[in-house]
Design a protein around this ligand. Structure first.
Ligand code: NAD
Length: 480
């Protein structure tokens, strides 16, 4: 018996959870189930996280969570329970297999078997956002080396464990040279440890286009959080229905399994929803907890059900489907086929579980970090770049740090800016010292800020410019 925690969630959640559990029990899954309440009711009781302390206790006890979708109430003040769960429990890897079931489920892509491995904790999902000036808002994109090493290694280990041939990485490192640049570099470094697996990198925009057009050329794809969020929905949808894909969220000690879709309130309580997404999430859970035989039995019976044309409304098609069934009857059809295997679709056989794999980023010697300058962000309206440069230079006269350039939303506007460049009220002023002074004390930045403040310049924030082992840890401006 393995202890697990379940939550029935909101909308179609209870129906698809009932259907899934019925199939798991009938297939002989050995589960000791604790149930927790999460989602809308908990939010509306005044808990802004949508989950109560006793629910966390259960998750700490069982460390395995099968979760139905929830509804996040409209309006401000409610935190995303999914993001909270992933971050609090350290569920760094989101694994979404997206497979087409041609000719039984209508799809433009008959040959598709892609696993998207999405980094789950970092990137823009830190939710660190600020309004900085009258006109400009910011969201911080944070990519860490250990976070990237963990997700990239997970992708290669996943490929190895499940006999996959190729791992592709999507980034936008032609633009985000530091953050996505790190992701790409780590992909190349760790990939070199897996000579038996093919590796490739695509810029995410053309990679996304290729995925939507020719998914058969991809196998495993690893991506930073935002790209993975968007493209895993695209990949699931083009297999035929978003209702067909399950997802695993894997951490060191914890794991959460779910459908990729939401609570579909429009069809809630109507016994219409396709339970397949949650069921395939549960299949991933069974593999994770070492009940591979049961997992295989369920997935094969489910494939046979699809092949027999027994379909829920979302995948029902005249001429292909034979019977349109509701949620509960679809589950019964799967139960009736336990022990059977599909004839045309590829049967599954799960042998390996990746859950035993320990993923620790390598210890690295700390780089020598030296202060090389500072970017000071100022708010100013109705001023030309040249006049701003004069005011800033005047305020920083006789200091070690001297104004090198001004940018507006990243585009250089001084010196030698273009008069055509549209400017907002949000300016970045880059101050540097001479090469020989690199490694100067922070006190020099404090002095600069004091003088800018005395000159009534409106300081929004600063960003220190460091060299790491002599390499600049910052980008040049566009237009430089
Ligand atoms: P959704 O995925 O719930 O539904 C979109 C549409 O997809 C539905 O109207 C339905 O036509 C179809 N669909 C989805 N699941 C289906 C299924 N199992 N069977 C058949 N058809 C299905 O997306 P939404 O309407 O944007 O979001 C509804 C709620 O779900 C929102 O409150 C949202 O915040 C929440 N949500 C929760 C999760 C989660 O808990 N993991 C994920 C996404 C959205």
């Amino acid at each position: 018996m393995t202890k697990i925690t379940i939550a029935r969630g909101d909308g179609i959640g209870p129906e698809i959870m009932d259907a899934t559990l019925k199939i798991l029990h009938a297939a002989g899954a050995e589960l000791d189930i604790e149930e927790i309440e999460i989602g809308e009711k908990v939010y509306l009781r005044g808990n802004s996280a949508g989950i109560e302390p006793k629910a966390w206790d259960s998750l700490r006890r069982t460390k395995v969570f099968l979760k139905a979708p929830i509804t996040t109430p409209q309006g401000g003040g409610f935190k995303s329970l999914n993001v909270t769960t992933r971050k609090v429990l350290g569920l760094y890897a989101n694994v979404r297999p997206c497979v087409s079931y041609h000719p039984f489920v209508k799809t433009k892509h008959p040959v598709m078997d892609v696993v998207i491995i999405r980094e789950n904790e970092e990137d823009l999902y830190g939710g660190i956002e600020h309004r900085q000036s009258e006109e400009v808002y910011q969201c911080l994109k944070l990519i860490s080396r250990p976070g990237t090493e963990k997700i990239v290694r997970y992708a290669f280990e996943y490929a190895k464990a499940y006999g996959r041939k190729k791992v592709t990485c999507f980034t936008k490192d032609n633009i985000m040279k530091m953050t996505d640049g790190l992701f790409h570099r780590v992909f190349d470094e760790i990939g070199a440890e897996y000579p038996e697996i093919q590796k490739e990198h695509w810029i995410v925009d053309i990679g996304a286009a290729k995925l939507a057009d020719t998914p058969e050329v991809f196998d495993v794809i690893v991506m930073p959080n935002l790209y993975g969020d968007i493209l895993s929905d695209v990949a699931a949808q083009i297999t035929g229905s978003v209702g067909l894909a399950g997802s695993a969220n894997i951490g060191e000690g914890f794991a959460m399994f779910e459908a990729i879709h939401g609570s579909a309130p429009r069809i809630a309580g109507m016994n219409m929803a396709n339970p397949s997404g949650l069921l395939l999430g549960a299949v991933q859970m069974l593999v994770h907890i070492g009940q591979q035989d049961v997992a295989g039995r369920i997935q094969n019976a489910w494939l046979k059900t699809l092949e027999d044309g027994i379909h829920t409304y979302d995948i029902f098609k005249e001429g292909v489907s034979t019977e349109r069934r509701g949620t509960a009857d679809f589950a019964q059809a799967v139960i009736d086929r336990l022990g059977k295997t599909p004839s045309l679709l590829k049967p599954v056989a799960f042998t390996n579980a990746l859950s035993t794999f320990v993923n620790r980023p390598a210890a690295r010697p700390a780089a020598k970090k030296e202060l090389a300058g500072v970017d000071v962000f100022l708010q100013a309206s109705g001023i030309s770049p040249d006049d701003l440069a004069k005011a800033v230079s005047r305020a920083s006269e006789h200091l070690l740090l001297q104004l090198q350039m001004i940018t507006n939303r990243g585009t250089k506007v001084w010196p030698d800016g273009f008069p055509e460049t549209f400017c907002t009220d949000h300016w970045r002023c880059r101050f540097k010292t001479g090469e020989s002074m690199i490694g100067f004390p922070y006190q020099q930045v404090v002095k600069l800020l004091q003088q800018l403040n005395v000159a009534n310049l409106d300081i929004l924030k600063t960003e220190n410019l460091y060299h790491f082992d002599g390499q600049p840890g910052y980008t040049a401006a566009q237009g430089q």
